[in-house]
Design a protein. Structure first.
Length: 334
């Protein structure tokens, strides 16, 4: 999964985290950490459980992440996405079908600002690799001809991709997985936990009756916080141009690509943080809002149920959706 959120999200209510595999004595949280989706992930549980219960939860979480990573990563041989990109036609069932269906829905919602068929443009620029280059206008035009989410068709379990393109689930995959992990943890009677998939945060419940606090990084600050948001049974996911980029001749080239121009996003925004109970939507919309820019992104965020957002412009000024309240309630500024 290539959309790696590298910003520092600090859970200020976490304390004295124990290492993976330790026994929880009821006074400290239980944390398991592992690598998946090309990043470090962790699950921290604050409920009192037996060691056998923790071991079972840990095993289920790792098994699920391994399964989703294998299916969704376009670079893994024989993964669902890799095979689909090669054949342009697959039978998609269960989670594979669901993530494609949600992807199309969220592409429609953002008028194509979020688009999983962006893969040819991502590969052309190579911002996420050691092979970054600035392509020619001709190369961009040729790659753009392959980018259009409407080229994906779902007919029952049959999924087809026309136009010679390919898909990349990096801007939605971890959000989708987070929703699945939340479901699994709740089925295990977990009522207080933090899921961290490489910076994609989901807070389950609260800690000692108070919401978790999740930090939002100030762009280009080497980890300094600009704000914290209260989170209870919700995801907090950020997309930003500072998270992964290349710099040439003083210009920043972000890993976030604009499906309309075929170029890295270059507008009035440094980052967008989306807060929603629906982590799948939060993941995709954070990218979509970044592509749309402040005015259009804010308008869509304010008109979307169960979505709040923090937009940070190029001067690192914060712009909040209507449902967020500053200073001590929903969001606190640093």
């Amino acid at each position: 999964m290539k959309k790696i959120i590298s910003f520092l999200l600090i859970i200020t209510t976490m304390m004295c985290l124990c290492s993976c595999g330790c026994f929880n004595d009821g006074n400290e949280p239980y944390k398991t950490s592992f690598k998946s989706f090309d990043t470090m992930c962790s699950i921290t549980i604050y409920d009192k459980k037996t060691s056998d219960e923790y071991d079972n939860i840990q095993r289920n979480i790792k098994t699920a992440c391994t399964k989703f990573n294998y299916s969704f990563d376009k670079y893994i041989p024989n993964s669902f996405v890799r095979n689909f990109n090669n054949t342009k036609h697959k039978i998609a069932k269960n989670d594979n079908y669901d993530i494609l269906k949600r992807s199309i829905e969220l592409s429609e919602k953002t008028s194509g600002a979020f688009d999983i068929t962006i893969s040819p443009i991502v590969e052309l620029w190579g911002v996420n690799t050691n092979h970054f280059k600035i392509p020619t206008d001709k190369e961009i035009k040729e790659a753009l001809a392959k980018v259009n989410y409407r080229q994906i068709s779902l007919n029952g379990n049959n999924v087809r991709l026309t136009g010679g393109g390919s898909i990349d689930l990096g801007a939605i995959g971890k959000g989708f997985v987070a929703d699945k992990l939340v479901e699994s943890l709740k089925n295990s009677n977990v009522k207080s936990a933090i899921i961290d998939l490489g910076g994609n945060i989901y807070a389950i419940g609260s800690k000692k009756g108070k919401p978790f606090k999740v930090g939002i990084e100030k762009p280009f600050s080497n980890g300094k916080l600009i704000a914290t948001v209260k989170a209870k049974d919700t995801s907090v996911i950020t997309a930003g141009i500072y998270q992964r980029y290349k710099k040439k001749d003083g210009k920043i080239y972000s890993h976030i690509m604009d499906p309309k121009t075929g170029k890295p996003v270059d507008n009035d925004l440094n980052s967008v943080t989306v807060i929603s109970k629906d982590a799948t939507a939060a993941d995709a919309l954070s990218t979509g809002f970044m592509v749309m820019g402040l005015e259009r992104g804010m308008a869509l965020a304010n008109s979307t149920d169960d979505v709040e957002a923090v937009f940070i412009d190029k001067n690192n000024n914060l712009h909040l959706t209507n449902g967020l309240i500053q200073n001590g309630r929903e969001i606190s500024l640093k």
